[in-house]
Ligand binder design. Structure first.
Ligand SMILES: *Cc1c(COP(=O)(O)O)cnc(C)c1O
Ligand code: SF4
Length: 350
């Protein structure tokens, strides 16, 4: 475990630190985070109750991209257990997108045609306060007890599945050896053509994109798609951009999805800058999600008409390929639901 007060050396680790070491050295206490950012906990409306429900966890590399002494920093607000998380409201619950209803075998979710989602691990490098799986009963859904056997059997028995989405938790918490082994088992199933990896790990620890990762991606017999999860242009600093360029030069397609959140990225300037920075790193924007109504995250919600007005401006300022699709997830639908924002489709309040 980490000591309570990080020295400056711990906030600025030597560049050769491995991703595994950075993962272990993550900040897990509000006091340590406040110290690192020169903030007082009482400036921040933190909540021990929220922290008990979903503990703080954030790697130092991500903390270094936060502005010191700024209690409203958009990166800080994504990881800080906040008193507003204790609010309750109708429509907000522990399983907002109906995950549990789509479980086919422990850790295997199938909601959409042709695609199945494998919860490859319950662990993440960062705990995001807006996460729709923050209440997920991972202990009951951990597919790894028997080396993914029952999930793999289920996939092999369903020839309609063409694409496996590794999710979690964050699949890149697994070692490259474990991933190579899992991918080997998936590519032995004849009807699987594509492998998708949904991850936020390289965003918070860019060193996760290293030679071993690129080796198994380049060697994979399946078509590989990596979907990153970057919400704010300040997350995409020079170090991350450099690593992402090596990923986008590998044998894979690299996309990004974001969640639209109040006080974090709910303005056109921020979203335009995000798309442009992504493109500079070789990444294309894929989805911009409306917030999933998960218990504890309602203070991030942006209502649909505001979201539409923001996206209208974003679309007017960018080439089409840099405009993410605005979507929401509705339990029981055959895919993510597009949210229309063009004036001729949706009338706006004056
Ligand atoms: C979001 C999601 C997918 C992927 O949907 P795409 O629109 O293809 O990105 C697949 N399965 C589940 C269970 C999902 O929640
Ligand atoms: S990394 Fe993804 S799965 Fe993990 S807490 Fe953040 S949003 Fe949730």
């Amino acid at each position: 475990m980490q000591s309570k007060r990080p020295s400056l050396a711990r906030v600025h680790p030597a560049p050769e630190t491995t991703w595994q070491q950075q993962y272990r050295d993550s900040i897990t206490s509000i006091d340590t985070l406040c110290d690192a950012l020169e903030l007082h906990a009482d400036e921040l409306s933190t909540s021990q109750t929220a922290e008990r429900q979903f503990p703080l966890r954030v790697p130092l590399s991500y903390v270094r991209r936060m502005q010191r002494s700024d209690p409203h920093d958009p990166l800080l607000l994504q990881v800080l257990p906040h008193a507003l998380e204790e609010q309750e409201a109708a429509g907000y619950g522990p399983d907002p997108v109906g995950d549990l209803a789509s479980v086919k075998s422990p850790g295997l979710l199938k909601k959409y045609h042709g695609r199945a989602l494998l919860l490859a691990t319950s662990r993440c490098a960062v705990h995001c306060r807006f996460c729709f799986r923050r209440h997920f009963p991972y202990a009951l859904q951990n597919p790894r007890g028997d080396a993914w056997r029952s999930a793999l059997d289920e996939i092999a028995a369903d020839p309609s599945i063409e694409e496996i989405i590794l999710s979690g938790g964050d699949p890149l918490v697994l070692s490259d050896r474990e991933l190579t082994q899992l991918v080997g088992q998936l590519q032995a199933i004849p009807h699987i053509r594509r492998l998708r990896v949904h991850t936020r790990l390289p965003v918070v620890i860019p060193e996760r994109i290293n030679g071993e990762l690129l080796d198994w991606i380049n060697g994979c017999e399946l078509d590989v798609v990596v979907v990153l999860h970057i919400n704010h242009p300040r997350e995409l600093d020079h170090g991350l951009q450099k690593r992402l360029r090596t990923l986008s030069a590998a044998r894979c397609c690299v996309l990004n999805q974001s969640v639209l959140m109040r006080g974090i990225n709910d303005d056109a300037d921020t979203l335009v800058a995000l798309s442009q920075h992504l493109f500079d790193a070789g990444v294309l924007p894929y989805y911009l999600h409306l917030l999933d109504k998960v218990q504890g995250a309602m203070h991030f919600d942006v209502d649909e008409s505001t979201a539409c007005a923001i996206m209208k401006e974003v679309a007017a300022r960018l080439p089409g390929y840099l405009v993410p699709r605005l979507v929401k997830e509705q339990a029981g639908e055959p895919g993510k639901t597009p949210v229309a924002y063009q004036a001729d489709v949706l009338p706006y309040p004056a």
